[in-house]
Design a protein around this ligand. Structure first.
Ligand code: SF4
Length: 511
């Protein structure tokens, strides 16, 4: 099957029948539901751009399994070039949608499971990796979008999964059968879940022997019996029902359309199980997935920054202050912050390496630094964007008032700017900046792909602080410094005795 277009992707979802709830109602038709459509459009862009010759090199790849041309969102990275192209793809899609296009979580799930199943098989002689490769070939062949379901509901976080009062706060194996496993549990805030074809699950944390049944990874069709979705609320979500203009980004929405996924006695056949009790590989899977996903944030969020920077510059011009020095200064500040994060994304890709599975992984230390920077800088560049846009972004009247014969005229006058700029365009741009800088996108930048504390743990683990102490000790003269001894051509202690004598002599001469 050839790669799907954006339209074909949306139509392909009609073949699925997931059980979805939103605002207290069961949603029978997710494709035509106006509350969901912007999210579908955002994900559809990942399909559509693969058909544009201008973006073909970034958006497509050659499958290492079949040799076929595939959408890069189904490709397991085979080189540093692939890693770099992936973050370029993230930035491009952020620029085209101004929001989360959702498909990356599944991609990182595919790659994380690919890398980890290889390593499990090496230790235990299992055949998870071959199984997974067959599944991956199917994903590529069908151009599926799988959601990546990692984060569990987690209940009392001071307790391990197996000690929870309600076992279903974590996804776990309830029963092992001849032909598969039965699982139950809850995954929370899963991006793009209701508009994905498949679900790939991964454990949310390091598991110990007592949590063996919680060390589970598998893939199933999104509408498998026993799977229920509850679509989550987002800031301003019901604005979509008030008017197209009021929604801010009516085409692609705000953040990723997250949902709770409830698994209730779901059967998974063995050919789709990729981890079942190998708790000693849960850290590897979590960290590999998280590393990939954290590197993305230096791409997708920078793409969003490009949109906000452009919008802020346009608004300043429309208000007649485009060349004011404080505006140029603020826009430059935003650009510098965005490009700093972009540099991080490129660095962790260029510093990537080949794993034993053959797939390439990013540099985990730099990927975590990338994401930690994003948790701060997105707030900062959005703050500057709001500063440029002015207070109007939070006081604009509604589309209904704008189209009212009496109030509409007054509003248009109020919001006029430089001669020749239609007031309606100014309002549209202000709404876009409001949508991107005030709403759910900010905490999503903080907590998506793991909270700052998670990044700091990874940074601390990989920082090589002991090595840094050695550097400082060497320069401070604590311990041996062989290079210094080579430079001075002898023993360091003897050298300093000599220097001391010379200093003393100097002092006598001066004083
Ligand atoms: Fe992709 Fe960024 Fe959305 Fe994560 S937050 S799914 S990396 S667009």
């Amino acid at each position: 099957m050839p790669m799907m277009t954006g339209r074909e992707y949306i139509e392909s979802l009609r073949a699925l029948n997931p059980e979805v709830y939103f605002l207290g109602q069961k949603i029978e038709n997710i494709v035509d539901e106006p509350m969901f459509q912007p999210h579908l459009h955002g994900a559809a862009m990942t399909y559509e751009l693969a058909h544009d010759p201008e973006y073909e090199a970034i958006m497509t790849a050659t499958s290492h399994l079949t040799g076929e041309k595939i959408n890069r969102f189904t490709h397991v990275h085979q080189s540093i070039d692939d890693l770099v192209k992936k973050v370029r793809m993230m930035r491009l899609l952020g620029q085209k949608t101004g929001t989360c296009f959702q498909r990356c979580v599944g991609l990182d799930g595919l790659t994380g499971v690919y890398v980890t199943t290889y390593d499990i098989d090496q230790k235990y002689g299992t055949n998870y990796h071959e199984r997974f490769k067959k599944y991956l070939a199917e994903v590529q062949e069908n151009d599926w979008m799988p959601s990546g379901a990692m984060t569990d509901a987690r209940g009392d976080r001071s307790l391990r999964p197996s000690k929870q009062k309600r076992p279903d706060v974590y996804l776990h194996i309830k029963e092992r059968l001849q032909d598969g496993i039965i699982v139950s549990g809850t995954k929370a805030h899963i991006t793009g879940a209701i508009n994905s074809h498949q679900i790939i699950t991964m454990p949310t944390r390091t598991m110990t022997e007592e949590d063996r049944d919680y060390a589970v990874s598998f893939a199933i069709p999104a509408d498998t019996k026993g799977v229920t979705y509850v679509f989550s609320r987002q800031t301003n979500d019901t604005r979509r029902l008030d008017g197209i203009l009021d929604a801010g980004n009516p085409k692609y929405g705000i953040v990723g359309g997250e949902a709770v996924i409830i698994f209730n006695d779901v059967f998974v056949p063995w050919e789709r199980v990729f981890m079942a009790g190998e708790y000693d590989f849960t850290t590897e899977l979590v960290e590999t997935f998280a590393g990939y996903h954290r590197s993305n944030y230096g791409g997708c969020k920078v793409g969003l920054a490009d949109v906000v920077i452009g919008g802020s510059g346009w608004i300043a011009e429309a208000h007649g202050i485009g060349t004011a020095s404080h505006i140029v200064d603020k826009l430059t500040e935003m650009i510098a912050m965005a490009e700093t994060c972009w540099s991080c994304a490129l660095a962790c890709s260029y510093e990537g390496y080949k794993t034993p599975s053959g797939a390439y992984h990013i540099n985990p230390l730099l990927a975590n630094v990338t994401k930690l920077n994003i948790t701060r800088m997105v707030y900062e560049w959005m703050r500057v964007g709001q500063d440029i846009a002015g207070g109007k972004i939070i006081t604009l009247p509604s589309e209904k008032d704008l189209s009212h014969p009496e109030s509409g005229k007054i509003i248009e006058e109020c919001f006029s700017g430089k001669e020749g700029v239609p007031p309606l365009d100014i309002i549209k741009m202000l709404r876009l900046i409001e949508n991107m800088s005030v709403g759910a996108g900010l905490p999503e930048s903080m907590h998506g792909a793991g909270s700052p504390a998670a990044q700091k743990i990874m940074i601390a683990r990989r920082s090589g602080i002991d090595g840094k102490m050695e550097l400082a000790k060497s320069i401070a003269g604590i311990g041996k410094d062989k290079h210094f001894e080579a430079i001075i051509g002898g023993d360091e202690a003897a050298h300093w005795d000599e220097v001391r004598k010379k200093i003393e002599g100097k002092r006598v001469q001066i004083y």
